[in-house]
Design a protein around this ligand. Structure first.
Ligand code: HEM
Length: 453
């Protein structure tokens, strides 16, 4: 309990960069504040605080410098996020990171994706069954909880060969309580003012304890498929049985699973949820996705080739991640001296790189606020400036699962839209919240699910 408390405090406490960013972005339109900062002061804004310096970067050349060309001068910054990720690939730097990432890379090849396909399809089928019931009842649901459950099931079945042994809704809410740094603060303010509500620390600590129990529950659950070939979990277990790979042991497997259960679920779920929101606003785009699916695989079960050929559906997801990048900023901490935008960088300085700004900047995109999936059709690729589109980061620390998430969401989108017409019930435009991820305000996108007649 105490350990959870310590970590909780570092994420929501005044020293954390996440907390400071929270102060900048807690307005109704948090990203407009950052866009104005960029318009007014340019792509490199050093912010001097009492005991540290934060560089706010929003220019593609600086992204390249920090994440690619000069990547060895910067380490990952993960203050307060260790309870979610443990000591896994995503948080580690240097030679150890390489040893941890290398063997896992083989779980993320197109050949493996094609082997995951039946398991991904099985998760989509389960979700379609839930939606039949929801459509019949006419109830309003939080679509983000729906897509979160689907993404968690996909990771568990395809990568760990397990059914989801936990209640996704409960875990979804627990994770949200923890990562919503702004919420930590507002609850603490109420406490200072004498209100009796539970303190942020207690709520977030409870949430993290719930979260910490998840990986061992998954590991202890029965295999989904007894005759299954390779999976990510079997690769991790093989590595831990290999005396030449001492960095892998039971604790490491648990931490790697922890990381996948968050990094592979939250981001994929946000993309699909924002996508359904946009499709409600652009029904002609939804109709084009349905037509593409009808032409590609009709009434049979889609094959790996079919998924590969759904180029328009994939473009819609890519455009969704341009407008709503789930990871809206990347943070690094300098470990060596450097110079950026004419400013000297010292070890310890934090670099906050804002992908959201370049995704929305007229310097890089025509008509940047318009939802136009055609930008990502194959014939238009190569037209944009390098590092102006970074949903999966850049350089050696870029996302290991980005291509997989596109397969997952392409499959989910084509299959669910053929049978359902999700109807958004909230205000337009939906508010956004710049927590650790870019979430809808209050973590909610209310929808009714209608069956396609
Ligand atoms: C739409 C879906 C996804 C988005 C937007 C996304 C985004 C990102 C980003 C931006 C990073 C780099 C962060 C940084 O540089 O600080 C990252 C890293 C990572 N992602 Fe993803 N991700 C997605 C899906 C997935 C999936 C499906 C998995 C695994 C199943 C995954 C696993 C990871 C891991 C392990 C890393 C750390 C890589 C390393 O440090 O070597 N992600 N992701």
């Amino acid at each position: 309990m105490d350990i959870a408390h310590t970590h909780v405090q570092s994420l929501g406490e005044a020293e954390s960069v996440w907390f400071k960013l929270g102060l900048l972005t807690k307005e109704t339109h948090p990203m407009q504040v950052l866009m104005r900062l960029n318009d007014r002061y340019g792509g490199c804004v050093p912010i001097n605080l009492k005991d540290e310096r934060i560089f706010f970067l929003s220019e593609v050349d600086y992204f390249e410098q920090v994440m690619v060309k000069g990547a060895d001068k910067y380490g990952k910054y993960f203050d307060g996020l260790h309870p979610i990720f443990g000591n896994s690939m995503i948080t580690i730097d240097g030679a150890l990171w390489q040893k941890i990432r290398m063997p896992q890379q083989q779980a993320f090849t197109p050949k493996m994706f094609s082997e995951y396909l039946p398991y991904l399809l099985s998760s989509v089928k389960d979700k379609a069954r839930d939606w039949e019931r929801i459509a019949e009842s006419g109830e309003t649901v939080n679509l983000l909880e729906e897509t979160w459950g689907l993404a968690a099931s996909m990771i568990c079945k395809a990568m760990f060969n397990r059914e989801v042994p936990f209640n996704p809704q409960v875990i979804f809410r627990a994770v949200k309580t923890y990562t919503d740094v702004g919420q930590h603060n507002s609850i603490r303010m109420k406490k200072v003012n004498g209100a009796t509500e539970v303190s942020s620390e207690e709520a977030a600590a409870d949430a993290i304890l719930k979260w910490l129990s998840v990986p061992s529950e998954v590991l202890g659950a029965n295999p989904h498929d007894a005759v299954r070939g390779k999976s990510l979990l079997s690769i991790l277990q093989e590595a831990s049985d290999n005396p030449d790979q001492p960095e892998f042991n039971e604790a490491q497997i648990i931490d790697e699973m922890k990381q996948y259960l968050w990094a592979g679920t939250e981001t994929t779920a946000l993309t699909l949820a924002w996508c359904f929101y946009l499709l409600h606003l652009y029904p002609d785009v939804a109709a084009r996705i349905r037509k593409e699916g009808e032409d590609a695989y009709g009434d049979r079960v889609p094959t790996w080739e079919d998924v590969h050929n759904l180029t328009y559906t994939r473009s819609v997801l890519q455009e969704t991640m341009r407008l709503y990048p789930p990871i809206w900023s990347f943070i690094r901490q300098a470990v060596a001296e450097d110079e950026i935008g004419g400013h000297k960088v010292k070890p310890g300085d934090k670099m906050v790189m804002c992908a959201y700004i370049v995704h929305h900047h007229p310097k890089y995109w025509d008509d940047p606020d318009t939802f136009n999936p055609d930008r990502f059709l194959p014939e238009n690729s190569g037209k944009r400036k390098r590092y102006s589109y970074l949903p999966f980061g850049a350089g050696k620390r870029s996302c290991i699962g980005g291509a997989l998430s596109l397969v997952e969401n392409t499959l989910a989108l084509t299959q669910l839209l053929r049978r359902f017409r999700p109807e958004y019930q909230g205000e337009v435009p939906a508010g956004i919240s710049a927590t650790v991820t870019l979430t809808p305000e209050n973590g909610t996108l209310p929808f009714k699910i209608r069956a396609v007649s």
